[in-house]
Write a new protein. Structure first.
Length: 113
């Protein structure tokens, strides 16, 4: 499963928000006013790779583990296999609601209380 561009952007925005909170604001040399750090300044202060790169590399590492697993393992079958059969079209049919808290249900679906 890969990250969509929207997810990548949201992760970068969240990371920058956290970094701004950690590093605080900066006093402007010319005006003397406090201001937020710009994205480039945050990247210079925080030398580790950004969150998107970390997520992608950890997913690739996990994919390597799964690729080395035996074919009998469920995780390996899910990653390399193709789904069989067809899903029904349309919206799922509503399930019948039970009266009560759900306790006391029998296997035939009729509630006891």
């Amino acid at each position: 499963m890969s990250l969509t561009l929207r997810e990548e952007r949201r992760q970068r925005v969240f990371e920058n928000r956290v970094l701004r909170r950690v590093f605080g604001s900066k006093r402007d040399k010319v005006t003397g006013e406090w201001r937020k750090l710009h994205n480039e300044e945050l990247r210079d202060l925080y030398s580790l790779p950004n969150i998107v790169r970390v997520v992608k590399s950890s997913r690739m590492r996990w994919a390597g583990h799964v690729a080395r697993m035996g074919e009998g393992r469920d995780v390996h079958r899910v990653q390399v296999g193709k789904p069989e059969g067809k899903r029904p079209l349309g919206r799922p049919r509503p399930r019948p609601r039970s009266s009560g808290s759900g306790r006391g249900l029998r296997l035939d679906g009729v509630g006891s209380g």
